[in-house]
Design a protein around this ligand. Sequence first.
Ligand code: GDP
Length: 170
Amino acid sequence: LPLIAVCGRPNVGKSTLFNRLTGSRRSIVGDEPGITRDRIYGEIEWAGRDARIVDTGGVVPDDEALIPSEIFRQAQVALEEADSIVMVVDGRTELASPDMELARLLLRGGKPVFLAVNKMDTEAMQSQAENFRRLGFRNVLAISAEHGSGIGDLLDEVFASLPPEEVDEE
Ligand code: GDP
């Protein structure tokens, strides 16, 4: 199945988005024993098509303790293994330099990338998402992972970017 990766700084709402997209079908995978910073994989179906999705945010309860280099390591892994990448930012906060560095890394990666400006819970807030165009993404979508708005549009675009489905000739 094609793989969609969700990247971003701690507390922007990656796991809220992941949970909304996957429901309960998920599995926790760590690539190095003893390292608590793991990725979580789940499955998602949209418009009759299945994909896997990975939350690079991991399972550490206190995400604040993460060092930025770990966010970038996870982004590198996403660039290697994913077909399409969603970077999540918190639309209620100012753009910070880790966002810009992460955006640069992802935009250089050559994979389809989407910027989800999260926590845009009301229609009035959604115009704020435009401020984040500075990050350089062509595809910028205002979403509320908590309330569900904008999620359908995001999935339409992300699924359209996935490689064509393999047709079984038999
Ligand atoms: P992660 O560290 O990136 O995985 O972020 P979480 O999913 O744990 O979310 C961090 C905080 O943001 C939590 O308190 C969430 O309830 C909150 N949050 C996530 N999505 C939204 C949203 O769409 N709107 C609002 N208002 N809060 C959100």
